[in-house]
Design a protein around this ligand. Structure first.
Ligand code: CP3
Length: 394
């Protein structure tokens, strides 16, 4: 399990700020009860050198950081080889294999961050729900949740007991990624997107049963959303405690709602979720808030939480960033159309360049796709794109 692409230059800075050992974020030291002697002492700390973590904090970077949603997975032959021998959850539950699959894209592509190999349904499986990830279909739920009685299946997740393999995997990954100064991202699914699978029982286009519950049984809906929020907060807290340096919240299917529905039925739960990622004793890691079809929801999503907002490709990056207050207010991640990777290199280069020019080298842009890498994407094109983003000069 070797990853050594870039050597990390030790980057020490003189500062009066405390630095968090996990995420590299700096914080003002607690003021009270310092003797004069302590007060004048200069503390040597290091600001984050990893350009992904720096961009999350809107700090200047040498080159635009880049990683890809779904960078581990079926686009990589080395992933398909592992999956020939192990089922999806066998991979996710075996720390050695899970760490290996997480590192595959880091080695091959030279991205600035690794994302834990898991699935948004994993915490639900961890609390005992019967869910299969069916090849070519997606998550299939044996007993869809539709009544108050069904919700009893959604017990809270205990980060100390319900996710030992995930925690061990993250510990192994932090140790392995330190040499190349690559950041480690953890993630969870957002409650609306998870509810979509749990209520429908399978992937859906229109979310008819889900929205029916939302409209006609708002109390049941809020109970479902509250319970799902508790599960994902527990799973995210466990990942942060075990070494995840950033958390991405995937609300992949939230674009099914308009702004009024979002504000009433989802936003209060998302606020609670983002608040839950800040807890006493946990490092303050950057929170990335991502969804697709979100052109009419971006302001409401940003209000709910996140230091970084993930954009899909249906918006212009510069316009969306300006709507959210620009680099003074928030960092932005995105937003190349994933299908671009199936087009010619000339197209990839042109579209990537457009995005980089829209971001204009301002602090706080993380290059990514507007959604996940498709299984049909050519890894050679993805690797070339990483080099292009890193070498780009405005
Ligand atoms: O980004 C990464 O590299 C980490 C891996 C990752 C997976 N799922 C692995 C996976 C991540 C971040 C996810 C999140 C996820 N899962 C989301 C949010 C991101 C998005 O794409 O919107 C969603 C909606 C799911 C639900 C899900 N799980 C789907 C739609 C599928 C694909 C079904 C298919 O076969 O096309 C899955 C299964 C899944 N999760 C696979 C992988 C690599 C493929 C299954 C396999 O390898 O057998």
């Amino acid at each position: 399990m070797r990853v050594a692409r870039r050597a990390a230059a030790p980057h020490l800075a003189l500062s009066i700020y405390n630095q968090c050992g996990r995420c590299g974020s700096t914080r003002l030291p607690a003021a009270p009860a310092m003797s004069n002697e302590r007060r004048t002492k200069v503390v040597i700390v290091n600001t984050p050198t990893n350009r992904f973590l720096r961009a999350c904090q809107r700090l200047p970077v040498d080159h635009t950081p880049v990683w890809f949603m779904r960078q581990a997975g079926r686009s990589l032959p080395e992933y398909r080889a592992v999956r020939e021998r192990h089922s999806f959850f066998a991979v996710a539950n075996s720390p050695e294999v899970c760490a290996e699959v997480t590192l595959q894209p880091v080695r091959r592509l030279g991205v600035d961050a690794a994302i834990l190999f898991s699935d948004i349904m994993a915490p639900l499986v961890a609390i005992g729900l019967d869910i299969a990830l069916v090849e070519g279909t997606g998550p299939v739920v044996a007993h869809p949740l539709r009544t108050q009685a069904d919700l009893a299946a959604l017990r809270p997740l205990d980060p100390d007991h319900d996710m030992p393999a995930v925690r061990e995997t993250l510990g192994m990954l932090r140790a392995e990624l330190a040499a190349s100064d690559t950041a480690l991202i953890g993630f969870v699914g957002a409650p609306f997107t998870l509810a979509g699978y749990l209520v429908e029982g399978k992937p859906s286009r229109d979310f008819v049963r889900t929205k029916q519950m939302m409209f006609d049984q708002p109390d049941l809906w809020d109970d479902l959303m509250r319970r799902l929020t508790d599960v994902v907060v527990g799973f995210a807290q466990g990942q942060i405690a075990a070494g995840a340096q950033a958390i991405q919240v995937f609300d992949s299917w939230i674009g099914a709602l308009g702004p009024r529905e979002y504000a009433r039925y989802v936003q209060p739960h998302m606020r609670r979720l983002f608040d839950g990622l800040r807890a006493p004793g946990l490092p303050e890691v950057p929170r990335i808030h991502f969804g697709t079809g979100t052109a009419s929801l971006l302001e409401l999503m940003a209000e709910a939480g996140g230091e970084v907002i993930g954009l899909d490709w249906r918006v212009n990056l510069d316009e969306a960033w300006a709507r959210l207050g620009g680099p003074a207010r928030v960092a932005i991640q995105g937003n190349l159309d994933p299908v671009t990777l199936n087009a010619s290199w000339t197209t990839v280069q042109r579209e990537a360049e457009t995005i980089l020019r829209q971001a204009a080298g301002q602090p706080g842009h993380i290059f990514n796709l507007g959604h996940g890498v498709l299984p049909s994407a050519d890894p050679a094109t993805i690797e070339r794109l990483v080099r292009f983003v890193h070498e780009f000069q405005a």
